[in-house]
Design a protein around this ligand. Sequence first.
Ligand code: FAD
Length: 383
Amino acid sequence: MAATHPRWMNESHIVFEDAATKFFEAELVPNIDKWREAGVVDKAFWRKAGEAGLMGGSIPEEFGGAGGDLGHEVVVLRTHGRTGDSGWGYGVQNIVIHYVNSYGTDEQKKRWLPKLVMGEWVGAIAMTEPGTGSDLQSVKTYAVKDGDDYVINGSKTFITNGTSADLVIVVAKTDREQGARGISLIGVETENCPGYRVGRRLDKLGLKSQDTSELFFEDVRTPQSYVMGGGEGQGFFQLMNQLPWERLQIGLGSLSASEVAFRETLAYVKERKAFGKRLLDFQNTQFKMAEVKTKLEVMRSFINDCIEKCIAGELDAPTASMAKWWGSQTQGEIIDECLQLFGGYGFMNEYPIARLYADARVQKIYGGTNEIQKMLIARSLDG
Ligand SMILES: Cc1cc2nc3c(=O)[nH]c(=O)nc-3n(C[C@H](O)[C@H](O)[C@H](O)COP(=O)(O)OP(=O)(O)OC[C@H]3O[C@@H](n4cnc5c(N)ncnc54)[C@H](O)[C@@H]3O)c2cc1C
């Protein structure tokens, strides 16, 4: 595939990409199997990534960041994605960092950002509940004021980085009579936190080394000053404002995984023989690979265009939804076609293509299901 850099990459991004690639090759790739078995990425790795300067791309230097732009964060996401690892939950960490940076009070920024950026702390965002996913306005977890604190009760599920999290941004009702306007985002520090309990680390179809857990809150106390934005009732709107970037992240993940699938499959069909010739010498293989290469190029153009817009602050919500649903749908199609070319080996977990296949499925579900994305795009049709 073309090794040229997309238009949004400047010299600083290119140098940074080189450093990030070397870091992942040395510190991440050798650990992928170990982390899959453990079901979680070592916390030591988070610190190493922080020390290597990977996690604070666009965050001001006064809060421990690099003072760069969103492009530096895209570089980390795409470089990580190209390793084929799906365990390290940097995407969610990045989202938490953005919430704190965008909506945090000065106290919250000073207290949380340096730790998150340096990888001393792992962050999680807890929206989904056993009874509520897509219909976020109906969350049941609630927070009531008591003295200087909030007291939080409720339960969350499917929370990425759940077991490891030192800071959880909890989506809670601060006014249970209201829908969207009753929702606030509240920070909970998990160390020595009575009533906070991590439930099961969930057994998943894919993303085997990604830590996905249940969380329980039973009279958990957290200071009232930890509400994001410094005031109640803004949570839903804060979530909506950050969603284009979060959805683009998923589209970007689809691109990286598809690139890995293409790379692995091309190498395989050049090497594997049947009926006395290479798989690539069959016209069916050539046509399939031609289709995959075409879809990949279209995806690359679209996602890079969205990245360019996002860096410029011009990515609108419907376009981000397109990147999420179409990227993940096309990723599924590409990986399915690629897996077929591996024959029986494609079904074996020791082959990366089998892992890519399992990991791809959830891309159509989390971050707002693809049906929800289409609803959001449809709303822009009649405007
Ligand atoms: C691996 C993994 C990691 C995750 N990480 C996190 C995390 O870190 N934090 C977090 O808060 N959540 C996380 N989630 C949760 C994820 O965001 C939700 O699973 C997702 O939003 C869907 O919610 P649900 O599972 O309750 O499905 P439901 O909302 O019950 O949906 C079930 C089906 O109904 C469809 N549906 C629902 N409403 C409509 C409608 N109005 N019109 C048409 N169809 C509809 C959906 O599209 C879907 O097909 C994660 C999930 C997974 C699997």
